[in-house]
Design a protein around this ligand. Structure first.
Ligand code: ADP
Ligand code: ASP
Ligand code: MG
Length: 409
């Protein structure tokens, strides 16, 4: 007998018919003799619908109240799935983040999980019940509802699997695994049987929303066996593998992209110690994540400092920098929020020179201009105009022959 945590995303519980399909899958897993915990998202579109409602009433709604509101999406689906399971004769009980005691810090809308208590979960599992847990939500020390950031149900599932030492955490979604790139953008994308944990971490952090980055981090930290599967199609999905690959790794495993980037430059900054810290400190204080950073010396004791942020944070970041510009006596603040980041990822790239050249040449041949470049041992990212994003992804997928199975060395 195994303990399985299954997570179903928004499209998998989008309507009553789909909830019935999920109930059947859960019943099959339980009937096979397993203990089962199910973690659910809200119905597809529901979280966005509630955000829009809130913004109609208040352009800057309180983040505490937003968490109270958005957590209701998952509360709806857990009750509905439990009812569907009862109808199939399965003993099931729904539980909110508060009821399982998924404890988080205080950061409403982006809360981090501190721990998950197991007493309540284990009590119901011992009774032979399927436990249906609301993803995306927790509670802080003051017993207020918190949420874990968009796509956070993945992280709830992995956290629950980690504390229960589950035999597998299965992420059921609308694709049948992790692909070489988003199959919605490149129809020739190929499903990967396995992907290393490091590559998955890079893919998620660079924009592949099939798994939330925090879920991957958690899985790595606690060695949770993690698999991505389809709710609609049978198959083995993609296993996130923590073992060293015995065979030589492919040079490039996938292409990730993020279409919600914005770029800000503060130009003519005096070239002296600590200016970088002075520029970024108000950004950090506003809880804005900074991504690619470049500093260029432009002569006459001055530098230009450029970085990227999420498009949602663009206006606020630009506003904060205008004050920094005045205090540092810099020349100007400029920005562009119509850009996107495209990245090639592969653990095999570090000892294969020429990856960057292939990437830049392929983009150049299509007339796509690169605005900024960042590299690590296992990825190369470029910023391009947002309007070229899909073309860039398809061009690179072709340039690195990702549609084809890599041959064994
Ligand atoms: P869920 O609602 O089940 O959590 P998401 O929409 O968050 O589903 O994630 C699944 C989506 O991730 C897919 O429909 C696909 O468009 C997208 N995606 C992005 N990159 C990849 C990739 N490399 N492999 C598979 N899917 C990807
Ligand atoms: N419902 C939340 C969202 O739409 C969490 C999730 O689906 O994982 O982001
Ligand atoms: Mg998701």
């Amino acid at each position: 007998m195994a303990l399985i945590v299954q997570k179903y995303g928004g499209t998998s519980v989008a309507n009553v018919d789909r909830i019935k399909i999920v109930a059947k899958k859960v019943k099959a897993c339980k009937d096979a003799g397993n203990d089962v915990v199910v973690v659910l998202s809200a119905m597809a579109g529901e979280t966005n619908r509630m955000i829009a409602l809130a913004k109609e009433l208040n352009v800057a709604p309180s983040s505490r109240e937003m968490d109270v509101l958005l957590s209701t999406g998952e509360q709806t689906t857990i009750a509905l799935l439990s009812m569907a399971l009862h109808h199939l004769g399965v003993d099931a009980v729904s539980m909110t983040g508060d009821q399982i005691r998924l404890n988080t810090d205080d950061t409403h809308a982006k809360a981090r999980i501190l721990n998950v208590e197991t007493d309540n979960l284990k009590k119901h599992l011992k009774l032979g019940q399927v436990v249906v847990v609301a993803g995306f939500q927790g509670r802080n020390a003051a017993n207020e509802i918190t949420t874990l950031g968009r796509g956070g149900s993945d992280t709830s599932a992995v956290a629950v699997a980690a504390v229960l030492k589950a035999d597998e955490c299965q992420i059921y979604t609308d694709v049948d695994g992790v692909y070489t790139t988003d199959p919605r953008v490149e129809p020739n994308a190929r499903r990967l049987e396995r992907i290393t944990f490091e590559e998955m971490l890079e893919m998620s952090s660079l924009g592949a929303k099939v798994l939330q980055i925090r879920a991957v981090e958690f899985a790595g930290k606690y060695n949770v066996p993690l698999r991505v599967l389809s709710s609609f199609k049978e198959g083995g999905g993609t296993l996130i593998s923590y073992e060293e690959n015995e065979m030589e790794s492919p040079i490039i495993s996938g292409i990730a992209f993020n279409q919600e980037e914005a770029r800000i430059t503060i130009s003519g900054v005096p070239d002296k110690p600590s200016v970088a810290a002075q520029i970024l400190s108000p950004i950090g204080a506003a809880n804005i994540d900074v991504d690619m950073i470049v500093q260029n010396t432009v002569g006459q004791g001055k530098t230009d400092f450029t970085f990227t942020v999420h498009r949602e944070d663009y206006q606020q970041a630009k506003h904060l920098l205008k004050a920094v510009c005045a205090s540092l006596n810099a020349d100007a603040v400029q920005g562009n929020d119509e850009i996107a980041k495209v990245s090639v990822v592969g653990v095999g790239m570090w000892n294969h020179p020429g990856v960057a050249e292939t990437m830049f040449k392929a983009l150049g041949d299509e007339g796509i201009n690169i605005h900024q470049i960042a590299t690590s041992e296992i990825k190369i990212s470029v910023l391009v105009d947002a309007k070229y994003l899909e073309l860039a992804v398809r061009t690179l997928h072709h340039a690195f022959n990702l549609a084809e199975e890599p041959c064994e060395k």
